[in-house]
Design a protein around this ligand. Structure first.
Ligand code: ZN
Length: 114
């Protein structure tokens, strides 16, 4: 079974998957990890990689997390609850029928889209 990643693994994940993506390797190679503290870099990279998002609250890159109302993304319970109470989340989640849920993105494409 494939490893289950958390957001603590985001840099390891990118470094590892980078080697399997010719497009990503060509563009960044091992240099991708030199951007760990660069918020703008992750914002921009997330627009090119389906497997990556950025947290609306703490601005960190993430590969699993919450989608709220189909567009806002949060990396953790802590970040999500800064915007929504547990009750509000529950109502928006609507037993899985809403556009608000927890998901994984790391299984999506690692291909760098220009
Ligand atoms: Zn966050």
């Amino acid at each position: 079974m494939r490893k289950e990643y958390t957001n603590d693994d985001v840099y390891d994940f990118l470094a590892k998957e980078c080697r399997h993506s010719p497009e990503l390797w060509e563009k960044f190679g091992e240099g991708i990890l030199s951007h760990v503290k660069d918020v703008d870099f992750w914002d921009s990279l997330s627009e090119h990689l389906d497997c990556l998002r950025v947290c609306n609250e703490c601005r960190k890159p993430m590969i699993v997390g919450y989608v709220v109302n189909g567009c806002d993304t949060y990396c953790s319970d802590e970040c999500m609850h800064k915007r929504l109470s547990g009750q509000e989340y529950k109502e928006l989640y609507d037993d899985g029928n809403g556009d608000t849920y927890w998901t994984v993105w790391y299984e999506d494409s690692i291909t760098y889209k220009r």
